[in-house]
Design a protein around this ligand. Structure first.
Ligand SMILES: Cc1ncc(COP(=O)(O)O)c(C=O)c1O
Length: 396
């Protein structure tokens, strides 16, 4: 059997080996605490589920327009107006099967083979693969500021070449939890505007932000509106990961190209989920505040526990639900014949010997770090942090 070059180029997920160890340990009946999840542990709110059920009962179970129903695109347009005071026409919005498919199609829509895409480290695991699938070239930007893990305008400017087509900026960040302030974004925007490149702003965690000044959206810079590809969705804000609804808001020509591509690949996002997403975007918002409160308490707890472990610097997550400590102090040590040389071996050690599953930073382009998700109960977090603490302290 021979696979296409394109498929062969796609790398195996960095967490495959860890996942198989996790599955084996669980099969053997071992008690493992897993902090790998990338989704809220809350249930989808009742009124949203009911809208999905009503859609089924009322026969809203057929194809919709490829770009999503007018009703949902109007709801998104209204939401963007209320949240960010920006006007997006329905022709500039495409509803997609999850935010992930919005990112992928946006990359495809603007990149030709050989075009360069700038990707600040640490980056979400799927971006490099999407860039590769578009036959574009990934150019990582390594932020010098290890305390905040954010790039500066100077770093962005230095990375731009005549071949640069796109910057992907994810704030709040998965995996670091870093959030760009309005001033920091303004600095980047000046470079983006001057260079004429596109910027894909992945704002999927915009409702999970813990800074006093709140979330700064790329939509707040009208001077780059024609260069902005905005990605968001309902997965994280409304605990709807399984419903698979995201969207792209972009200049009309780009939105229309994506509509065409989507029409030939998925036809349309699920009709039932679109009805549920309308209920999410137009319905009561108290769920978001409740979820936010729980995440904030967990964020404080996880950060306090991590930073009391010796030699474990960790930036205070300002958004999303991940902590991203630097574990490199522990590299080069050995325990029971197991040598800790990188983020993968450290995670393997913590999993096998201490029963706690976290994600190696190499998956996000930063081998010095590991990612913990705090999208789980406080009781589970306590157990997990006890184990991490024990595991690292026994390495000395
Ligand atoms: C940064 C980032 N973008 C996009 C997504 C994808 O969201 P969705 O589940 O809506 O496809 C995720 C999910 O983990 C994410 O972390």
């Amino acid at each position: 059997m021979s696979l296409s070059q394109r498929m062969m180029r796609m790398s195996e997920s960095q967490t495959v080996a860890l996942n198989s160890t996790l599955a084996r340990l669980r099969r053997e009946g071992k008690d493992v605490v897993a902090l790998g999840a990338g989704e809220p542990d809350f249930d989808t709110p009742g009124h949203i589920k009911e809208a999905g059920i009503a859609a089924i009962e009322q026969g809203y179970t057929k194809y919709t327009p490829a770009e999503g129903s007018v009703e949902l695109r109007e709801a998104i347009s209204q939401w963007l107006l209320e949240e960010y005071k920006v006007q997006y026409k329905t022709q500039e919005i495409v509803v997609t099967c999850g935010a992930k498919y919005a990112v992928f199609q946006a990359v495809l829509a603007v990149c030709d083979p050989g075009d360069e895409v700038l990707l600040p480290k640490p980056y979400w695991v799927s971006y490099p693969e999407m860039i590769q699938l578009a036959d574009a070239v990934m150019r990582p930007i390594d932020p010098a500021d290890r305390n905040h893990l954010k790039i500066t305008p100077e770093e962005l400017e230095r990375a731009i070449t005549p071949k640069t087509r796109l910057l992907i900026l994810n704030s709040p960040s998965n995996p670091s939890g870093a959030v760009y302030s309005p001033e920091e974004l303004a600095g980047l925007v000046r470079v983006i505007q001057k260079s004429g490149i596109y910027v894909l702003a992945d704002e999927i965690y915009d409702k999970i932000v813990f800074t006093r000044e709140g979330f700064a959206s790329m939509t707040q810079f009208p001077e780059i509106r024609d260069q902005l590809l905005l990605v968001n969705g309902v997965s994280k804000s409304y605990a709807m990961t399984g419903w698979r609804i995201g969207y792209l808001a972009a200049p009309e020509a780009i939105a229309q190209a994506v509509k065409k591509y989507q029409g030939h690949t998925t036809s349309n996002p699920t009709s039932i989920s679109q009805k549920a997403a309308v209920a999410a975007m137009t319905g009561p918002k108290d769920f978001i505040a409740d979820m936010h409160k729980a995440f904030l308490a967990r964020r404080d707890y996880v950060h306090r526990r991590l930073t009391t472990i010796p030699h474990l610097p960790c930036l205070l997550p300002e958004g999303a639900f991940y902590a991203f400590p630097d574990v490199s102090f522990y590299y080069g040590r050995e325990k029971n014949g197991q040598r800790i040389s990188d983020s993968t071996s450290l995670c393997q050690y913590l999993l096998e010997t201490h029963g706690v599953a976290i994600v190696p930073g190499i998956a996000f382009g930063m081998d010095t770090h590991v990612r913990l998700s705090f999208a789980t109960s406080m009781a589970e977090l306590e157990r997990a942090l006890d184990r991490i603490e024990q595991g690292l302290s026994s390495l000395g």
